[in-house]
Design a protein around this ligand. Structure first.
Ligand code: FAD
Ligand code: UDP
Length: 398
């Protein structure tokens, strides 16, 4: 540590301050306070405790660990996800290898159907979707020609609406995307970044998997069990039902890792960052199955929910009853989705400038960095953050 302090990289004031913050003498209390027990917080807690021997306190305002990936057994004994369906998929060998230390996996490839024109058809739109919807007998080649003849000539789509129009044209856009996206985000697709609908690109083959990632699986005993294993270490203490705001001036700790909403951390100084919320309607049905796949999307503006999830498809659980969740988008409630659009990115940049100046705090995760990240991306971000901290702590220069 002394070496770290006396040999900072020349001319880099930002780094010097950071090294001093990280390398200061062991204070009484905890070395690290981590706000949030989701993927970002739990991965960093595990790494700091195991990798660096740090004493870590993890706090979450909810009564459970796991963040939005939390799952539990409901009254009927069915394993359900409290905050909507969470399917693990990644192209990162490193992320999979890391999480595999804390869980075994169940093979699962996600398939989604959409309820359109009274039929259940695959999403993303593919060859089967077109043939079923229009009663055609297209091949991959003729399907590509079919879509090309309908796609609008937009070379550089500027938003989520143009993104779809440039791929499949107006009719399919209206059937599959317009209603769903307007419900989900509470605004016109034309007012969202194109990255939103680019998550679900059309295809011309018969591959009907929702994700094409190399690794697709579900934690064998659920996400919460995996989080229990991540956090099971004598150096990690957990404090649930505790809002950071209520303790931020009470506790002594060396460094803060914050995974909550960044605008809340700074007292909404520049105004609220928009987040989209959901209301989850959970129900257990007295029948064995409701639908043929785990998720059925409902793009129609006639129904208020966006999708129905039936968990047994995800978990492989056998049960004579079945539990489902309907998702109703909402402007109020817990912050689930950062809303990707240019003015929000600009507002976030103002918060980020504040965050960058706080050498005593590290901001990480979907809410603290205002990114529409999947679980694997948050794990990768947390592991990268850990490597930076490790370098600071040990005084190793990059
Ligand atoms: P979170 O999981 O949000 O954890 C943050 C934690 O911080 C929360 O538990 C919160 O209670 C706590 N917190 C916040 N503020 C405070 C405070 N002031 N004091 C104390 N605690 C605080 N990703 C996928 O890869 N596949 C999917 O299928 C998938 N499906 C999703 C479906 C839905 C409906 C949603 C909303 C997200 C989905 N995701 C999916 C994304 C996934 O949930 C996130 O990438 C991941 O959970 C983010 O982890 P995190 O730790 O950054 O944040
Ligand atoms: N989307 C849509 N219709 C669909 C599926 C997705 O309009 O049938 C749009 C919608 O805007 C959604 C976005 O594509 O928010 C991304 O979909 P994804 O399934 O990745 O959403 P998530 O699982 O993150 O809620």
């Amino acid at each position: 540590r002394e070496a770290a302090r006396s040999r900072p990289p020349p001319g880099d004031a930002h780094r010097i301050a950071a090294v001093q913050t990280f390398a200061r003498p062991r204070a009484p209390g905890f070395d690290y306070l981590i706000v949030g027990a989701g993927f970002a917080g739990a991965v960093l807690a595990e790494r700091l405790a195991v990798g660096l021997g740090k004493r870590v306190l993890v706090t979450d305002r909810r009564p459970h660990i796991g963040g939005n990936a939390f799952d539990h057994h409901d009254d009927a004994g069915l394993l359900v996800h409290r905050y909507g369906p969470h399917i693990f998929h990644t192209n990162s060998d490193a992320v999979l290898a890391y999480l595999s230390r804390f869980t075994k996996w169940r093979d699962y490839e996600h398939r989604v159907l959409a309820s359109v024109d009274g039929k259940l058809v695959p999403v993303p739109i593919n060859l089967t979707t077109l043939n079923t919807l229009y009663d055609l007998d297209l091949t991959p080649d003729t399907a590509a020609a079919f879509l090309a003849s309908r796609a609008l000539p937009i070379a550089e789509p500027r938003n989520a609406e143009e993104m779809v129009l440039s791929q499949v044209g107006r009719e399919l856009y209206e059937k599959f995307f317009k209603g769903y996206t307007t419900k989900q985000w509470g605004t016109s697709p034309a007012r969202l970044d194109r990255s939103v609908t680019a998550r679900v690109p059309a295809r011309t083959g018969t591959d009907d998997r929702y994700f094409l990632d190399r690794h697709q699986c579900m934690p064998l005993h659920g996400y919460t069990r995996m989080f229990e294993n991540l956090l099971d270490h004598p150096n990690i203490r957990l404090m649930l039902n505790t809002d950071f705001e209520d303790i931020r001036h009470e506790l002594r700790y060396g460094h803060l890792i914050y995974t909550g909403p960044v605008d809340a951390f700074f007292g909404y100084r520049f105004g609220q960052l928009p987040y989209r919320s959901l209301r989850f309607e959970h129900e257990t049905l007295d029948r064995e199955w409701l639908q043929p796949v785990a998720v059925v999307n409902h793009p129609s503006p006639e129904v208020q929910y966006t999708r129905i999830t039936e968990y047994k498809h995800l978990t492989g659980q056998q049960h004579r009853r079945t539990s489902i969740t309907r998702e109703y988008p909402s402007a109020t409630g817990d912050p689930y989705y950062p809303v990707p659009r240019p003015e929000n990115a600009a507002l976030y940049e103002r918060y980020r400038a504040l965050a960058d100046r706080r050498h005593d705090v590290t901001f990480v995760g979907r809410l603290a960095t205002y990114r529409y990240y999947n679980m694997d991306q948050v794990v990768a971000q947390a592991l990268a953050t850990y490597h930076r901290i490790e370098q600071m702590e040990t005084g190793r220069v990059l």
